[in-house]
Write a protein that binds this ligand. Structure first.
Ligand SMILES: [Mg+2]
Length: 224
C-alpha cells in the first residue's frame, strides 16, 4: 500500500485559523454568548457540532439544535465575509506540487464544510473536482473521529495505516492515532509543539515550507 499524505486544511495549508476564530466569536456574540477568543481557538479544527457543545459546556449553557444550526450558519457567513484575503501558508502550494512530482499520493480532509472550504482551496490552488478533497459534508463524524482521513485514504486507493496525517491541531493528531496513521504537527495554526507531541505527533514543523525542507525525514524516496 502506498503511504498517503493526508492534509488538514485550515492552519495546515491555509492561514485561516484566526478568521475562523473571529467568525465564531462574532456568531456566538449574536446569540448573547460572550467567550474569550482563546477559548474558541482551543477548539478550532474539531467538528462544528462538537465544537459548539464543548464551548457551551464551558460557559455552562444548555443549547438546542436550532441554535447550534443557526450558529453554524452564521459562522460560515461571517467566515466568508472575513476571508477575502486568506492566503496559503508559506510553502503550501510548493509542497503539494512536490508531492505530485514525486508521485506521492496526497489528499485534503477538513472538518469544514464545502461552503467555507471552497475559498481556502482556491487560495492554495486545489480544484476539489480534480484533487481528492473530503469535507465535513461527506462523512458522518468529523475530527477528532478519524472518518475524514479514512475516507481520503480510501479515495486515494490506500489506507490510513502507516500514512501521514499532517495537521495543526490536537484534533488532527488524535484522529491520526485512531486510524493508525502517523501524525505530523505544524505550528502554523497556533497550537504549541508540546501539545501536538502529547497528542501523538511524531514530528513537528513550523509550517508547510519547513516540512518541505525536511521532507526526506518522512517521505519514502521511492514507491514500491
Ligand atoms: Mg486545522
Amino acid at each position: 500500500m502506498n503511504t498517503a499524505f493526508l492534509f488538514d486544511l485550515d492552519g495546515t495549508l491555509v492561514d485561516s485559523v484566526y478568521n475562523h476564530v473571529r467568525a465564531w466569536h462574532l456568531a456566538l456574540r449574536e446569540e448573547g454568548i460572550e467567550l474569550s477568543v482563546w477559548r474558541i481557538h482551543r477548539k478550532i479544527g474539531m467538528s462544528g457540532g462538537l465544537f459548539t457543545h464543548q464551548l457551551l459546556r464551558e460557559v455552562g449553557r444548555e443549547i438546542d439544535k436550532e441554535t447550534i444550526d443557526r450558529l453554524r450558519k452564521r459562522h460560515a457567513e461571517k467566515f466568508v465575509e472575513l476571508s477575502e484575503d486568506v492566503a496559503p501558508l508559506p510553502g503550501a502550494v510548493k509542497l503539494l506540487k512536490e508531492l505530485t512530482r514525486l508521485e506521492l499520493p496526497w489528499a485534503i480532509a477538513t472538518s469544514g464544510r464545502m461552503e467555507t472550504a471552497r475559498s481556502n482551496l482556491e487560495s492554495v490552488g486545489v480544484d476539489p473536482d480534480k484533487a481528492v478533497v473530503v469535507t465535513r459534508d461527506q462523512v458522518k463524524y468529523a475530527k477528532p473521529d478519524p472518518d475524514l482521513f479514512v475516507e481520503a485514504a480510501r479515495r486515494l486507493g490506500t489506507t490510513t495505516t502507516g500514512s501521514y496525517v499532517i495537521g495543526d491541531s490536537i484534533w488532527d493528531m488524535i484522529a491520526a492515532a485512531r486510524c493508525g496513521a502517523l501524525g505530523i504537527g505544524l505550528l502554523s495554526g497556533g497550537y504549541g509543539r508540546d501539545e501536538l507531541e502529547r497528542s501523538g505527533a511524531i514530528r513537528v514543523y513550523d509550517d508547510p515550507a519547513d516540512l518541505l525542507v525536511h521532507l526526506d525525514e518522512i517521505a519514502p524516496r521511492t514507491r514500491d
